[in-house]
Write a protein that binds this ligand. Structure first.
Ligand SMILES: NC(=O)c1ccc[n+]([C@@H]2O[C@H](COP(=O)([O-])OP(=O)(O)OC[C@H]3O[C@@H](n4cnc5c(N)ncnc54)[C@H](OP(=O)(O)O)[C@@H]3O)[C@@H](O)[C@H]2O)c1
Length: 397
């Protein structure tokens, strides 16, 4: 019997990979959570199925035409106890109206910034998978936590692993000498001989999203293939654990068994291990400070046999190098520009409008045109996000 009983839960981005895994854990722990709200951009077929199972009070759909289709379907199927919020800020309104105990922030990209930040401003517990808002505005999330008393728990597997290694206590006062984020290397950086970036120029979207270990949404799968994902995670870790970039390193580990290692000043190293299944970090965040059954088995190290580790080669991984440079600048404006250019470049790649090889070139060009404007308020960052998206689209076309 779980010690967590009937907490109200809102899942932002419920139709995505993290969102579906979260609902899977919620179903597995049906007495612990009552799902009050769900959100999607446009996938109302899947959202409808989730409504049939969880009967939320409210759902938010960003795309207005799709929201109207859903509303009609709910009426025709007699599911009128679920109301629909529509449009750009629907997810934020959902959080404001429901004020749940727990919010899972799992929208994709910078589109999740307002709703995730608002959830933190309202207090309560926010489980954050949506890494892009943390990359852009991690300092604003930390400020909001201090003002509202919210609990912000990392869901990204490496950051959740770090959090587990420090046993959830305040890492700022911990004698940490280094945090090591492991990287599977995606589909391309796994072998002893790492490929040059030039040799990957003509990789197709199907090849890039075929992640060997993790099942994830398309954008983060491409980010894993370019190694930008690990770069974004370095910036995310600086904010979440309030550590300088010099204390964060990356280790290639193709088996994805060890998710992070924390090195302490006394020579101890604590690592977190588990199968590469997002339900493990999701369940830890949902059950913290306790633990409950996630539905995932423990890993058998005898079956895995060998665990290997090596340093990344930044020469072969231009996206990782760009992100590390931005992390060193400690500029939210540059981090926002990096993230926005990457989101647009990856979308263009997935749509067949940009080659894999050109992704870092486009991002580097955009970053080269920016300086680290010291204004770091949310309006400035949203403006930078908008301008960079426009500039990157022009470059791509
Ligand atoms: N997938 C993983 O295993 C994993 C691991 C660690 C961290 N993360 C992070 O978690 C976040 C979600 O990743 P994912 O892989 O779950 O993404 P995903 O499968 O692409 O799902 C994204 C979700 O966000 C919604 N969404 C997309 N654009 C939106 C917009 N403009 N407005 C409102 N909602 C929007 C989507 O709705 P529709 O379905 O209607 O489009 C969907 O519900 C990302 O920030 C990612 O970096 C993911």
């Amino acid at each position: 019997m779980s010690v967590i009983v009937n907490r109200s839960l809102v899942v932002l981005g419920s139709t995505g990979s993290v969102g579906c895994n979260t609902l899977d854990v919620a179903r597995h722990q049906a007495n612990s959570f009552s799902v009050k709200g769900l959100s999607a951009r446009a996938n109302v077929n899947l959202l409808f199925e989730q409504i049939q199972v969880f009967h939320p009070q409210l759902v938010a759909v960003e795309n207005i035409a799709a929201a109207t289709v859903l509303e009609d379907r709910l009426i025709s199927e007699g599911l009128t106890s679920t109301k629909v919020l529509k449009g750009e800020h629907a997810a934020t309104k959902l959080v404001e109206e429901l004020r749940p105990d727990v919010v899972m922030a799992a929208i994709l990209g910078s589109a999740g910034l307002y709703s995730a930040l608002r959830a933190v401003e309202l207090g309560g517990t926010v489980l954050i998978a949506n890494k892009e808002p943390l990359v852009m505005a991690g300092h604003l999330f930390q400020q909001a936590v201090k003002q509202s008393g919210a609990t912000l728990l990392p869901v990204d597997s490496e950051h959740n692993a770090v959090f587990q290694c420090v046993a959830g206590s305040d890492v700022v006062d911990q004698p940490i000498s280094e945090i090591v984020l492991t990287a599977s290397g995606g589909p391309f950086f796994r072998e002893d001989e790492l490929p040059s970036w030039v040799s990957l120029s003509d990789i197709t979207p199907d090849q890039a999203i075929a992640h060997p270990n993790w099942s994830m949404g398309a954008k983060i799968s491409v980010d894993s293939a370019t190694m930008m994902n690990k770069g974004l995670e370095i910036i995310e870790a600086c904010h979440l654990f309030e550590l300088p970039v010099e204390k964060i390193s990356v280790l290639l580990h193709p088996q994805s068994v060890v998710h992070a290692i924390v090195n302490f000043i006394d020579g101890s190293s604590i690592a977190q291990m588990g199968l590469p299944d997002m339900r493990v970090p999701i369940a830890y965040a949902m059950s913290w400070p306790h633990r409950f059954d996630s539905g995932v088995a423990n890993i058998s190290l005898a079956e895995v046999g060998q665990l290997t580790f090596r340093d990344p080669d930044y020469q072969c991984m231009p996206c990782l190098a760009l992100a590390r440079d931005v992390a060193e600048e400690q500029s939210p404006v540059l981090a926002t520009a990096l993230n926005a250019a990457n989101e647009v470049a990856v979308e263009a790649f997935l749509a067949g409008n940009l080659s894999f090889g050109k992704i870092p070139e486009v991002i580097a060009k955009v970053l080269g045109d920016r300086n680290g404007n010291p204004a770091n308020d949310v309006e400035t960052l949203i403006r930078v996000d908008y301008e960079v998206r426009k500039q990157t689209l022009d470059l791509v076309h």
